[in-house]
Design a protein around this ligand. Structure first.
Ligand SMILES: O=C(O)CCC(=O)C1=CC=C[C@@H](O)[C@@H]1C(=O)O
Ligand SMILES: [Mg+2]
Length: 342
């Protein structure tokens, strides 16, 4: 086992060990999502199993290194706390697609009672969002749950206006309506009468201090993702310290990364919301024998079996393979420096 410093920064395995069984894959998406049409990932095989390293390509190394720490934790360390559930209820995730495609995209998720809808996309208007949310509510029926994710795109006035316009569709919560913690706090104070909860996503996973948003009482719940937070233990510690309900969500990973998300969700003492871990349904392929596509609104917790044929079928082109291997090496270097300083 590698040495762990007092701040929890673990000395990474040697680069040769890290990359010994690495496979770089490139999987087409069923629908364009956050501007991409393919998802690229590195699958790493450690002594404890397969792990995924898939920070989005535009991320700087400093941010991507945390994703590598999570992958190392998953592949090289034994799981810590015991799981308290073996199945995770999940939501469907609806990108900003045209109205006539909503039904087809939702069908990929099977029987999910909850849908997360992307809103405030660049190039779209509030009227577009209202139409998409209305159509989703029509398809889902009165009892389905609808949550929105604006990825911090609104200022406080825009967010207040949008939430008031969309509130009639009965919103479970709105994720990251504004970018900053002070904006979220102001928005929450302004809309307290209409009882639409606010969730933080980027204000947790991209923040220097992931607890600051909770400390400021700026949100009602947290969205947590294992990879950008550095792994399961760190994510569990953040939730415990924040003292807020948490939704576990994906990073649009393959089923290897989703299994880490499911393992995190399985270890939270309370899981009051459906989790954003149904996103295998947005991929046109996967790397495991039984992809974690939702069945009856849930995905299982437990080990995955890698599909070697799929690794070959979705192998990334040579230039992308080189790019990812170099990225792993640079991020590993950053982790080594951090562990030495720890
Ligand atoms: O939470 C979900 O329903 C699915 C995951 C999801 O929405 C996201 C995955 C990856 C990148 C993000 O832009 C996005 C999010 O902001 O939550
Ligand atoms: Mg989000």
């Amino acid at each position: 086992m590698e040495a762990r410093g007092h701040n929890g920064t673990q000395e990474p395995p040697a680069l040769e060990a890290l990359l010994a069984n690495a496979h770089v894959v490139r999987i087409p998406l069923a629908t364009r999502f956050r501007g991409i049409e393919h998802r690229e990932a590195v699958l790493l095989r450690g002594p404890h199993g397969w792990a995924e390293f898939s920070p989005f390509v535009e991320y700087e190394d400093a941010e991507a290194a945390t994703w590598l720490a999570a992958a190392i934790d998953a592949g090289w360390n034994a799981p810590s706390a015991p799981a308290v559930r073996d199945s995770i209820p999940v939501n469907a995730t609806l990108p900003a697609v045209a109205l006539d495609r909503i039904e087809g995209v939702l069908a990929r998720f099977g029987e999910c009672r909850t849908v997360k809808i992307k809103v405030a996309e660049r190039g779209e208007t509030l009227a577009d969002d209202v139409k998409r949310v209305r159509e989703t509510r029509r398809l889902l029926g009165a009892e389905g749950r609808i949550r929105l994710d604006a990825n911090g795109a609104w200022n406080v006035d825009e967010a207040e206006h949008a939430i008031r316009a969309l509130e009639e569709f009965d919103l479970e919560y709105v994720e990251q309506p504004c970018a900053s913690v002070p904006e979220l706090a102001e928005l929450r104070a302004r809309i307290h009468r209409i009882d639409v909860p606010i969730a933080a996503d980027e204000s947790v996973r991209k923040a220097a201090d992931p607890i600051a948003v909770a400390r400021a009482e700026a949100v009602d719940l947290l969205v947590i993702k294992a990879a950008p937070l550095g792994g399961i233990d760190r994510a569990l510690a953040i939730v415990a310290e924040a003292g807020l309900p948490a939704v576990v969500s994906s990073a649009l990973d393959t089923s290897v990364g989703l299994a880490m998300g499911a393992a995190l969700a399985a270890r939270l003492p309370e899981l009051p919301y459906d989790c954003g871990l149904g996103t295998a349904a947005l991929l046109l392929g996967d790397v495991v024998a039984s992809p974690l596509v939702p069945v009856d609104g849930a995905i299982p917790v437990g080990p995955i079996t890698i599909d070697e044929d799929a690794l070959a079928r979705f192998a990334a082109p040579a230039d992308r393979e080189t790019w990812w291997r170099e990225r792993v090496a640079r991020c590993r270097e950053l982790l080594e420096v951090a562990a030495a300083a720890d």
